[in-house]
Design a binder for this molecule. Structure first.
Ligand SMILES: Cc1cc2nc3c(=O)[nH]c(=O)nc-3n(C[C@H](O)[C@H](O)[C@H](O)COP(=O)(O)O)c2cc1C
Length: 232
């Protein structure tokens, strides 16, 4: 558990179908609300993976251009609509005030490791764009959760995802949970037969880690005193 770290650069080495099935089997040992397992997984590899990545990248490039171009960029985004979020869940929200320092710290440390300056918007955007090629991973999993169970289906999916990522780590694979890919649900939804009620929560990139320095990044692990409530 302690040695698992998010992987953000993968080798193109394929991951066998048997291994993917093993990760899913391990993940299914997670507890679940009334054993309902209110989640479904889309597995994208090969041409399907490339097609989804290409479409997400196109959306991101339109959105990033709008961010760079200020007001006019935003107006263009509204007119062309290419790049506007089409997510099932609200993916990005303003961080609650007390959580902002943690979010800023991980961003500063990750970009710092990569030598990207705070005001270098182009380099930051280029690094973020790597999300949309799944950091080179040959397999991208898409996690859908049943909206009918509300927060508990999302919590169940979290338990499932953590098991899956620990199993991947134990088997020499790397993983990256990716909220970024849920920003545009339609290019993913059209690739799978998704029953009514299921919403795209996030992606998980799976593959063998490269030796790129981004994979040496060690996000701070908070001391438990930070999460222990004081008595009233
Ligand atoms: C639901 C979820 C979504 C995430 N989305 C992204 C993402 O879009 N891109 C990314 O690079 N990392 C993403 N992460 C990885 C976190 O940034 C990472 O887990 C955190 O910084 C702690 O680092 P560690 O996993 O190496 O311990 C996500 C993690 C979770 C749990």
């Amino acid at each position: 558990m302690a040695s698992r770290r998010t992987t953000r650069d993968f080798l193109s080495t394929p991951v066998s179908d048997e291994l993917i099935d093993q990760l899913l089997t391990d993940a299914m040992t997670a507890p679940s609300w009334s054993n309902t397992r209110p989640y479904l997984v889309g597995i994208a590899k090969g041409e399907q993976r490339d097609r989804i990545a290409g479409e997400l990248l196109k959306r991101w490039e339109a959105a990033a251009r709008a961010l760079r171009d200020g007001l006019w960029g935003k107006i263009r985004l509204l007119i062309t609509r290419t790049g506007l979020p089409t997510s099932d869940y609200k993916v990005f929200r303003p961080y609650p005030k007390e959580l902002v320092p943690r979010q800023q710290r991980v961003g500063a440390e990750l970009y710092g490791l990569l030598g990207i300056k705070r005001d270098d918007q182009a380099a930051r955007q280029a690094q973020w764009a790597r999300n949309y090629e799944f950091f080179g991973a040959p397999v991208e999993l898409f996690i859908f959760t049943h909206s009918g169970l509300g927060e508990y289906s999302v919590s169940d999916a979290g338990l499932f995802m953590q098991n899956l990522m620990l199993s991947a780590h134990a088997r020499g694979l790397g993983s990256c949970a990716q909220g970024a890919v849920a920003l545009w649900a339609d290019p993913i939804r059209k690739e799978f037969n998704i029953p009514r009620g299921y919403k795209l929560l996030c992606g998980i990139a799976i593959g063998y880690p490269s030796d790129h320095k981004v994979n040496s990044f060690k996000a701070e692990r908070l001391d438990i005193s930070e999460i222990k409530l004081k008595n009233a």
